[in-house]
Design a protein around this ligand. Structure first.
Ligand code: NDP
Ligand code: 8X3
Length: 251
């Protein structure tokens, strides 16, 4: 299989690249940081093709796809993994720029890549799209505002794609993890505050990027008639919160 993974320079994406290459597949590893992708290529060899791409920039996506060598087309599996959260503040204290970046990356980038790669999958009546959602897409929490909403979009978009693909050989899955450590996610979310990011995982055994890679690999290697719609996964240390009530506040 040829697998295009966005956000492959770090975390889940890099782990998925390792997993698919180890399984004998070829991986197009896309992200903005060229030097990180070069390191991954050094590690994994010719089965990995680095692709510098900013998913918030439509031209970067179209040029990146158009520039792929013929031997790296057509793409069998698209893993829409590139994404980020920015901030944990309540909505009324956030920056609009952060909201726009999350929407541009987690929603518009994912939708654009899906739309551009679908015609080739339709022509072959075969292909798979794995979207990386989040528990934040189904569970509300303070500070989740636009991040959670982008992941809710990912969840519903995945289901609607399934509705459209019914009767075709194209498959689509939403993998929605909870607390996952060892990636750059929390550093990015907390704008580079490494100490605060580390605190989030203190005393926990979170999911790892390898756990997510294992899951994506399983989904992608099931028999062609099997579609996994959604996988929501958490570490055993995590559960659901309750609705919160603030007392003695103005109406
Ligand atoms: P990382 O921050 O480690 O990885 C994010 C990846 O996305 C990086 O490779 C980054 O590469 C890439 N990326 C960000 N913006 C862009 C862009 N504009 N264009 C191209 N690539 C981009 O985080 P994770 O591996 O943890 O996160 C991966 C996905 O999993 C995200 O969608 C995240 O929302 C989701 N998720 C994470 C959870 C967690 O707890 N860690 C839990 C649930 C979901 P570069 O900077 O080089 O462009
Ligand atoms: C990341 C998981 O719970 O930090 O998507 O929002 S959470």
């Amino acid at each position: 299989m040829i697998v295009l993974i966005t956000g492959a320079s770090s975390g889940f994406g890099a782990a998925m690249a390792r997993k698919f290459v180890a399984g004998g597949h070829r991986v197009i590893a896309a992200a903005r940081r060229t030097e990180k992708l070069a390191g991954l290529q050094q590690e994994l060899g010719a089965a990995l093709l680095p692709l510098t791409m900013d998913v918030t920039d439509k031209t970067s996506i179209t040029q990146g796809l158009a520039g792929l060598p013929a031997a790296w087309q057509p793409i069998d599996v698209l893993i829409n993994n590139a994404g980020l959260a920015l901030g944990t503040e309540p909505a009324q204290q956030t920056s609009l720029a952060d909201w726009e970046t999350m929407i541009a990356t987690n929603v518009t980038g994912l939708v654009t890549l899906t739309h551009l790669l679908l015609p080739s999958m339709v022509a072959r009546n075969s292909g798979m799209i794995i979207n990386i959602g989040s528990v934040a897409g189904s569970t509300a929490y303070p500070g989740g505002n636009v991040y959670g909403a982008t992941k809710a979009f990912v969840g519903q978009f995945t289901k609607n794609l399934r509705a459209d693909f019914a009767g075709t050989g194209i498959r689509v899955t939403n993998i929605a993890p909870g607390l996952c450590g060892g990636s750059e996610f929390s550093q990015v979310r907390l704008h580079g505050d490494e100490a605060a990011a580390a605190k989030i995982y203190e005393g926990t055994q979170p999911l790892t990027s390898e756990d997510i890679a294992e899951t994506a690999y399983w989904v992608a290697t099931l028999p062609a008639h099997v579609n996994i719609n959604i996988i929501e996964m958490m570490p055993t240390c995590q559960g659901f919160g309750s609705l919160n009530i603030k007392r003695n506040t103005p109406a």
